[in-house]
Write a protein that binds this ligand. Structure first.
Ligand code: GDP
Length: 285
């Protein structure tokens, strides 16, 4: 699922999120644990403004655990509450409620002091397409409330989904656009599968991904493709993988499309293990 974002769509998405913010106590900002910065909306801080928030590093099951630990330390340092989760299996989700209570303690204590009856915390999930918003809502609601995927043009009344007694969730998430004007962000989104292949130059994405792996995860490449050495030259590396996998056309030419498809498929299906394409160091650089 990929939304084509035009200025009109962006303005509408922003308006919709702003409307929803009025109804809730806390935002769950969903990002992809493999690319916690590139999978954010570039204006999210401005849009959410002072509303309390928890950053949920979703798909943590696919991310490099070491990198995720560093990200958690990074967010903590910035005073931002963050949790690694896996919406597909539900790992880490129990902590969402306890962390929300912690974040909102002061507000709810204040309300209680004024004699307001205790009520469930109201939350909204926000994120770019494909980051796992529907999966998370379904999992939290423990039934198929939200359809997975996008529902453009469908406006419905706001519905609340109960998560136990202590949390209520808006059943439609806030969908915002990624920062696609940055080429590297686009390549990372594409590598992780957040952007449909049909609208991409597959070879370009595969070249980027392979270069990244050659630099950061050379041992995984060596192991997976039985390479003795990792050639420094990216084209040479690409050719070496192609040869090992028999992606060769008649006349001995490397089949770049086939190799690109194979590589991206294997990266996305964790054949090269758990990978993170963004580290705290790379962001600081
Ligand atoms: P949305 O566009 O943000 O609502 O994203 P979806 O909920 O439709 O999820 C996009 C894809 O990511 C689907 O194929 C999900 O199965 C997958 N997905 C969502 N959460 C996780 C997760 O925590 N781990 C893994 N491995 N896959 C996930």
């Amino acid at each position: 699922m990929t939304i084509q974002w035009f200025p009109g769509h962006m303005a509408k998405a922003r308006r919709q999120v702003t409307e929803k913010l009025k109804l809730i106590d806390i935002v769950f900002e969903l990002v992809d644990a493999r690319i916690p910065v590139s999978s954010r909306n570039p204006m999210i801080d401005e849009i959410i403004s002072s509303k309390p928030r928890i950053v949920l590093l979703n798909k943590a099951d696919m991310a490099d655990p070491k990198a995720t630990q560093q990200w958690l330390a990074y967010f903590k340092e910035q005073g931002i509450h963050a949790l690694p989760i896996d919406a597909k299996t539900g790992t880490g989700m129990k902590q969402i409620v306890s962390m929300s209570k912690e974040v909102l303690k002061e507000k709810f204590d204040r309300l209680a002091a004024r004699g307001v009856k205790p009520r469930a915390i109201r939350a909204l999930i926000i994120g770019i397409p494909n980051v796992g918003k529907s999966t998370l809502i379904n999992r939290l609601a423990k039934k198929n409330m939200a359809k997975t995927g996008d529902r453009p043009g469908v406006t419905t009344a706001q519905q609340w989904v109960k998560v136990g007694k202590e949390l209520e969730l808006l059943d439609t998430p806030g969908i915002l656009w990624p920062k696609f004007e940055d080429e590297l962000v686009g390549l990372k989104l594409a590598t992780t599968g957040a952007i449909k292949d049909a609208i991409l130059n597959l070879q370009e994405v595969a070249f980027y991904a392979l270069g990244f792996l050659g630099e950061k995860y050379p041992h995984r490449l060596k192991e997976r493709y039985a390479l003795e050495e990792i050639p420094e030259d990216r084209v040479e590396l690409f050719d070496a993988v192609a040869k090992k996998r028999g992606c060769i056309m008649s006349g001995g030419w490397v089949d770049y499309d086939k190799t690109s498809e194979l590589l991206l498929r294997e990266i996305r299906s964790e054949k090269l293990g758990r990978l993170s394409f963004e580290t705290t160091e790379s962001i600081q650089q």
